[in-house]
Design a protein around this ligand. Structure first.
Ligand SMILES: NC(=O)c1ccc[n+]([C@@H]2O[C@H](COP(=O)([O-])OP(=O)(O)OC[C@H]3O[C@@H](n4cnc5c(N)ncnc54)[C@H](OP(=O)(O)O)[C@@H]3O)[C@@H](O)[C@H]2O)c1
Length: 300
């Protein structure tokens, strides 16, 4: 196994934190790079963790964060555009910048985290930016591995937390008829995949799509969560044009609770495709949401 330094950009985020923990548990030397990096609360002196303050928009801070590294993971995210902070800046320009600087620094491995469903023709600016970002990363660092997870879940996640908060409503509105299929994946399984990919063996694929152990439609997932919480609720189909109208209003609010990009994402199945690497090539048997609910969403 290689023992080089691994720099995780976005190492304080939901996925980044899980990656840091898996790498640390595997005994790897890790640098957590973010604008506001902090050591995880579980870290002990035995963990070989260090911090780098870096902004992926700032070349000098990236170069400093990459010093001495043998591998890099880009787990930086931006889900909602705010002022000058837009999808192109983070998902295209910054992703390409990081890949180019990693190549110039002679770094061996780059894992670029993206998401299932990227499509350069999508009506969603977010999905189009992710597609352009992937292609520019490969141009700048041809040996990069693209890793596209489906929607992530885990303790204190955004996905289950938002489904659980819906359970307080007397009637829960569905996206359309709730028939969009998702393959939610445990954040730790994705973090394990990253750790395996950085384990020293050359990856079998350049592109991996990572989905959990079960494909379910949105309605069934919601019903699983409601049954787990013992909160029976009525589900009400709401046509997508109504959601689009709502998003036009809510997108202007400060912390936009609903955006056009989210509506577009919910109109397309988000499941692992064909001709891509998957968990099985990495020797990982991914958990299902169903079996993980007691661990991830304790009943209060
Ligand atoms: N969550 C999901 O369900 C899901 C599903 C599929 C794919 N993904 C992908 O997985 C990746 C990680 O997502 P996540 O949900 O873990 O994100 P997250 O929790 O929002 O974390 C984002 C991380 O990026 C860092 N960051 C943001 N802007 C930065 C900048 N300008 N420079 C440097 N660091 C910056 C943040 O730290 P600072 O704020 O301190 O900089 C934080 O560490 C993303 O590519 C996302 O698209 C996520």
């Amino acid at each position: 196994m290689s023992d080089g330094l691994i720099v995780v950009f976005g190492g304080t985020g939901f996925l980044g934190r899980a990656i840091i923990r898996e790498l640390a548990e595997a005994g790897r030397r890790v640098r957590i790079a973010a604008r506001h990096p902090v050591l995880p609360d579980w870290a002990s002196e035995d963990d070989r963790l260090e911090l780098a303050t870096a902004d992926v928009r700032d070349e000098a801070s990236i170069i400093a964060a990459l010093a001495g590294a043998s591998a890099v993971v880009n787990a930086v995210s931006l889900y909602v555009e705010r002022g000058r902070l837009d999808f192109d800046t983070i998902h295209v320009q910054a992703a390409a910048r990081l890949a180019r600087l990693a190549r110039q620094a002679n770094i061996d491995n780059l894992i670029h985290i993206s998401g299932i469903g990227v499509d350069s023709e999508s009506p969603s600016a977010y999905i189009r930016a992710r597609a352009r970002g992937e292609s520019q990363v490969i141009t700048a660092f041809p040996k990069a591995v693209l890793l596209r997870p489906s929607v992530l879940f885990g303790p204190n996640d955004a996905f289950l937390t938002s489904l659980a908060s819906l359970s307080r409503l007397p009637v829960i509105p569905l996206f359309g008829r709730g028939r969009t299929r998702l393959q939610p994946v445990h954040v730790i399984d994705v973090a394990r995949a990253v750790t395996r990919l950085l384990g020293g063996h050359p990856p079998a694929w350049r592109l991996y799509e990572l989905g959990g152990g079960e494909i379910e439609d949105y309605r069934n997932l919601l019903e699983q969560v409601l049954a787990h919480l013992h909160r029976p609720c009525r589900l009400m189909p709401v046509p997508f044009p109504i959601w689009r109208g709502l998003a036009t209003v809510t997108a202007r609010l400060p912390n936009a609770p609903l955006t056009h990009d989210q509506i577009i994402l919910m109109q397309h199945d988000n499941v692992v495709g064909e001709h891509v690497g998957t968990f099985s090539e990495l020797g990982i048997d991914p958990r299902t949401l169903r079996e993980s609910l007691p661990e991830c969403l304790p009943r209060r």
